[in-house]
Design a binder for this molecule. Structure first.
Ligand SMILES: Cc1cc2nc3c(=O)[nH]c(=O)nc-3n(C[C@H](O)[C@H](O)[C@H](O)COP(=O)(O)OP(=O)(O)OC[C@H]3O[C@@H](n4cnc5c(N)ncnc54)[C@H](O)[C@@H]3O)c2cc1C
Length: 400
């Protein structure tokens, strides 16, 4: 049985950032990374791919080029975790033993929870930027639309990048406006949520974009069924008294953000929050240590920490987790604290972006010395040019 000082599940944004930090701070530690995928994705750029302003090929690189020096890549899937025995069962590599576990398997996209969706995704005008397979189709659909109705949805579960369902909608609105099609193409936002954004300062700017593009907002609308060939979608609508009814809508284009949850093997493991069907990994929201299994830490989209699930959050979580894990190994107190920082680069049109930044208290915690709730060309360039470079060259290496 292979034995690791630190075993990391998931070689995505979070897993690689932490593994790199641990390897560089303590090169003598044997670090293993369980990751089944040959490819590594820069997911935040998929919004721009859907809007025709980024090449999908530039969002995909070889995983092997980002495995930290000296770490062991176990190119396999984690299937089961036994935190009592300190083992992880894998698909082909057998049982792996660990002294310390870092769980970073990301979020699961539950396409199957919308009836009829998997059969029609990528066809019949139904698309989603949440997959590299379909983000280019979003752009194809936008270019093909001359009239009709484009619906953009957002589900009732927590999702990665809560702003992404809207960002592509604003790009679409801007695209139609620039093509002189604003009056021909009707845009609807159907969200299971009850507000456009949880922080008023940023919500006010988003409402300006909503008005600019003539978007119809439909809150408490949850997509539950799609019939692609018939171009119809059904929404469960909750009224103010909590009564549910069903609404049928026709569409010419439907951009779907699927319901999301922790990966199934996490849900079925002792690491999951009890009494929550979404099965997030239950960690202390400041130290990122598991609340019941002290040799387990977790970060990224799969945890129950109540921050915005973003790469921006991972960037702040990774140094906290690495510091606390190394302290725990030496029997010291955990002093590093994650404050819930998350950021949402809200694209509101081509060359327009509102950089929302906030923490657990939902207080804006802005980086720049100007009002970030204003739409800015400079922040759009940050998203399109600077952040992808930082991701591939600094963040995954644990240097930022
Ligand atoms: C359309 C879109 C737009 C976004 N926009 C932004 C943005 O503008 N700003 C921002 O900060 N964030 C954005 N995000 C979110 C960001 O990409 C995620 O929050 C970030 O990738 C989370 O990192 P993670 O490591 O937790 O998950 P991931 O990066 O998804 O990595 C999880 C890894 O775990 C692996 N894995 C899964 N199951 C197993 C298993 N059983 N065994 C082993 N490995 C496994 C996966 O293969 C994957 O490599 C966006 C995401 C999307 C989809």
């Amino acid at each position: 049985m292979q034995h690791f000082d630190v075993l990391v599940i998931g070689g995505g944004n979070a897993g690689l950032s932490v593994a790199s930090r641990i390897r560089s701070q303590k090169p003598q530690l044997k670090v293993g990374i369980i990751e089944p995928s040959d490819k590594h994705y820069y997911q935040p750029a998929w919004t721009l791919v859907g809007g025709g302003d980024f090449n999908i090929a530039d969002t995909i690189k070889a995983e092997r080029d980002f495995i930290p020096d000296g770490a062991v890549w176990i190119k396999d899937e984690a299937l089961q975790i036994d935190p009592e025995q300190q083992t992880v069962t894998t698909g082909k590599s057998g049982l792996l033993k660990y002294d310390w576990l870092v769980a970073a398997p990301g979020i699961q996209l539950d396409w199957h929870k919308v009836d009829g969706l998997t059969e029609t995704l990528g066809l019949n005008g139904v698309t989603s930027n949440y997959s590299p397979d379909y983000a280019p189709y979003t752009w194809k659909l936008l270019q093909g639309m001359r009239s009709g109705k484009a619906i953009f949805t957002s589900p009732g579960t927590p999702i990665k990048c809560g702003g992404a369902p809207q960002k592509i909608m604003y790009l679409a609105g801007d695209y139609f406006r620039r093509q002189g099609l604003k009056d021909n193409v009707k845009i609807e936002f159907c969200t299971a949520g009850g507000v456009i954004f949880g922080i008023k300062k940023y919500a006010d700017t988003l409402m300006k974009a909503v008005r600019r593009y003539g978007i119809d907002l439909h809150f408490k609308h949850e997509l539950i069924r799609v019939d692609g060939p018939a171009r119809k979608a059904w929404f469960r609508v909750m009224d103010a008294d909590g009564n549910a009814s069903m609404v049928e809508k026709e569409f010419d284009m439907l951009h779907v953000v699927p319901p999301q949850s922790a990966p199934d093997f996490i849900k079925q493991s002792p690491l999951a929050v009890q009494d929550n069907p979404l099965g997030w990994i239950e960690v202390d929201k400041h130290t990122l240590r598991h609340v019941r299994f002290p040799r387990v830490f977790a970060l990224g989209d799969a945890t129950n920490t109540p921050n915005a699930k973003t790469g921006a959050a991972v960037r702040k979580q990774a140094p906290v987790l690495a510091a606390n894990l190394l302290s725990a190994m030496e029997g010291k107190a955990l002093t590093a604290q994650y404050d819930g920082y998350g950021s949402c680069p809200l694209i509101t049109g081509y060359g327009k972006l509102v950089l929302a930044e906030f923490n657990y208290t939902n207080e804006p915690t802005e980086t720049f010395p100007f009002d970030q709730s204003k739409e800015r060309w400079s922040m759009y360039q940050l998203k399109k040019r600077v952040l992808p470079w930082l991701y591939w060259n600094r963040i995954l290496q644990g240097r930022m």
